[in-house]
Design a protein around this ligand. Structure first.
Ligand code: OAD
Length: 289
């Protein structure tokens, strides 16, 4: 197995043409936001180590106890509002600017990729957007983004006790989230977070955007960062994108089911590895112009 700590060897080995940068696909997961202070799901302090997904992230859980589910999502919204994009998010936004064709597919429901500058038209949030609130019955969607530009709250509590911690909401958030749980202004059914829960289908439009990108041709460079690749479609998309001779770089301190397919494995944190990978790609590209 090749474990490289520098992508220059990849570039040198494949420096015969510019084609490497024509099409890029980046797939990200919770590990990319970990260094911004957002817990992962399956890591050491990950959400699913202490909390039961069946009680918080399924349609059944919401039907059974919508208040509890909303408390969890509000806490997560607040934690994300308090967080800042890290160098990994910024590096991906930079890569989007330099690649001829680019798509970022993130499983993250936070807005850190967007706040780092990743353009909306080059990004798919395949598991939804935590700041969107939508009706659980009709098609009403509130995209007011839950007040994500408001000032940070004073404290956050990690759920490592296995219990949901409470966070004092700021005034703007309090106004919006006073109603508990919120009701649809159109049909009065319960509103729910605009995320994908276990047992639900991926959003059709977003899925179509990924498929369209893959159908347009193979990628020269695929980066998969900060995900356990638990869901088969992540591995499937990475493999289809790299096709027969693309590079597949995995950035993850841990081995994952995807590792066996990667052409390069960077066993480092995303905030360390991604800026270096992107800088090297960009430098190499400009030196050939
Ligand atoms: P996981 O929590 O399953 O995996 C996080 C991955 O990030 C692990 O493989 C870690 O080794 C890695 N990691 C941790 N810190 C890192 C760092 N600083 N840099 C790079 N990698 C790091 O999160 P996801 O794979 O994103 O789904 O989980 C996928 C989905 O499962 C989530 O979107 C969520 C969850 O249930 C839904 O909510 C539908």
């Amino acid at each position: 197995m090749r474990v490289l700590y520098n992508v220059l060897p990849i570039l040198r080995a494949r420096s015969t043409s510019m084609r490497m940068f024509n099409r890029v696909l980046v797939l990200t997961g919770a590990g990319v936001s970990a260094e911004s202070g957002i817990p992962t799901f399956r890591g050491k302090d990950g959400y699913w180590r202490n909390l039961d997904p069946a009680k918080l992230a399924t349609p059944e859980a919401f039907a059974h106890d919508p208040k509890l589910v909303w408390e969890w999502y509000r806490e997560r919204r607040q934690r994300i509002r308090n967080a800042q994009p890290n160098p990994a998010h910024k590096a991906i936004a930079k890569l989007a600017q330099h690649a001829h064709e680019f798509l970022l597919v993130t499983q993250n429901v936070d807005d850190l990729h967007a706040r780092a500058g990743s353009p909306k038209e080059k990004m798919v949030q395949i598991h939804g957007d935590i700041f969107v609130t939508r009706c659980s019955r009709c098609d009403f969607v509130d995209t007011a983004r839950g007040g994500s530009s408001e000032p940070p709250a004073t404290s956050t509590i990690y759920p490592n006790t296995g219990r949901l911690g409470s966070i004092a909401p700021t005034s703007a958030q309090r106004d919006q989230e006073q109603e508990d749980p919120p009701k649809c202004p159109r049909c009065s059914a319960l509103m729910r977070p605009g995320v994908v829960w276990f047992g639900e289908r991926l959003p059709w439009d977003e899925l179509r955007r990924v498929e369209n990108y893959l159908e347009d041709g193979p990628c020269d460079f695929v980066i998969v960062a900060g995900t356990t690749a638990t869901f088969g479609y992540i591995i499937d998309w990475a493999l289809r994108a790299m096709a027969s001779d693309g590079e597949l770089v995995e950035v993850n301190p841990e081995e994952t089911p995807l590792s066996q397919f990667a052409t390069q494995r960077m066993r480092e944190s995303a905030a360390v590895a991604l800026p270096r990978i992107v800088d090297e790609l960009v430098i190499s590209r400009s030196s050939k112009l």
